[in-house]
Design a binder for this molecule. Structure first.
Ligand code: GLA
Length: 375
């Protein structure tokens, strides 16, 4: 990101010198669709981020523009929901309104947003926007809001303003990320720890498709999980065991949803043990099993993701490959031997293009830090 250019554009637009904040997107090593079931996740922040340049205003207006996306929005903090916003504006509106609703007093702000997180790739560009805006607003207003609270406000904005009933994973890791570490989060207690990723190298492959049903199917999966846990007499699927899921009388589709969540929680803990023992082969197997479970039991994969994973698994030097995020498009994460990265990146792009006719994107990502002010 060219911060000098962002700063100049801000000065040109608003006539003041901004402070600049950044919040990263994320990958998820393992633990998919477990966060909304009080389970375990193991995401990591990446070195692609959303940047918010901001300066304080003397009134209570938030004026926001985006470098890449159309439109200018204006939100009055004293009447933040006066006009319902669409597109990227709803995230800014949601975060501003909910921050005040929780009880923090903000000031007006001029804002200019830029991002190098690809949209619709399953790398949590919306969570990064929520966390970056929340952090910027709290910083220029001079109020203390801790990182977990920022994550919760972002998640609430996702629910109430974007209509997606997401878990806490994306906002959590955008707020807390640590260079070269994945974060093990217990989504029930919100306790977390940083797990070193030494030696593990990842390549992301973007299928460049995002099917329209992604958001509606996400909400439907959530309802299915809630229905399964109700039948099991649990407050969430976190408390269920595999034998309870196997033996309880319930519709087969709910049994498969529950089985994914229970086995995926176990895979997250096993993946942490594999990383601690430097056993990347084991980690790769768990990543493969995660994809199979998301494809067969949770049914959130799609033809393009399965094709991308299939090609990757045939490639020497790939230890594991799976879809990441909510599903129905976006990226796969690939655990790749460091020496095989270049050959892998070149051949997967060619083979995917040949098989699907779609041009993919391959990202060589590094694991970075969570939200911060840019110096
Ligand atoms: C999306 C949601 C997350 C999580 C993943 C699936 O990224 O925003 O909360 O549920 O899907 O693991």
């Amino acid at each position: 990101m060219d911060l000098e250019a962002l700063k100049s554009q801000f000065i040109e637009t608003y006539g003041e010198v901004p402070r600049i904040f950044r919040a990263p997107g994320r990958v998820n090593i393992i633990g998919e669709h477990t966060d909304h079931n009080d389970g375990f996740v193991l995401p990591a922040a990446i070195d692609k981020a959303t940047y918010v340049a901001a300066a304080k205003r003397e009134d209570r207006l938030i004026i926001a523009r985006s470098v890449d996306l159309e439109g200018e929005i204006s939100i009055d903090l004293d009447d933040p929901n006066a006009e319902a916003r669409a597109d990227w504006g709803k995230y800014v509106q949601g975060v501003a309104a909910l921050t005040e609703q929780v009880g923090y007093k903000l000031t007006g702000a001029d804002i200019l947003i830029a991002s190098d997180i690809p949209l619709g790739a399953g790398l949590s560009s919306s969570a990064a926007l929520e966390v970056a805006v929340g952090f910027a607003l709290r910083s220029i207003a001079g109020v203390e809001i801790d990182r977990m609270e920022l994550a919760k406000i972002g998640q609430a904005a996702e629910h109430k303003y974007a209509g997606v009933m997401s878990g806490i994973m994306d906002q959590f890791v955008s707020a807390h990320g640590q260079t070269e570490h994945a974060l093990l989060l217990d989504c029930r207690s919100l306790e977390w720890s940083a797990v070193p990723l030494a030696g593990a190298s990842f390549v992301l492959c973007n299928t460049n498709v995002k099917h329209d049903l992604a958001d509606s199917e996400y909400n439907r999966r959530r309802m299915e999980c809630d229905a399964a846990s109700a039948i099991l007499g649990k407050s969430s699927l976190r408390g269920a065991t595999l034998s309870e899921v196997a033996n309880k009388d319930m519709p087969n589709v709910l049994r498969r949803r529950a089985r994914h969540v229970v086995t995926e929680n176990a895979r997250v803990l096993n993946a942490v043990a594999a990383l601690e023992n430097n056993d990347l082969g084991r980690l790769g197997n768990l990543i493969n099993e995660s994809h199979n479970s998301l494809r067969d039991d949770f049914e959130v994969s799609c033809a393009e993701l399965d094709t991308m994973v299939g090609i990757a698994r045939r490639h020497p030097g790939v230890m594991g490959s799976r879809m990441i995020g909510g599903g129905f498009g976006g990226c796969t994460i690939n655990l790749v031997e460091p020496t095989a990265r270049d050959a892998f990146s070149e051949s997967i792009a060619r083979e995917y293009r040949d098989e699907t006719g779609i041009e993919p994107e391959i990202y060589d990502v590094n694991i970075g830090d969570g939200v911060a002010e840019c110096i």
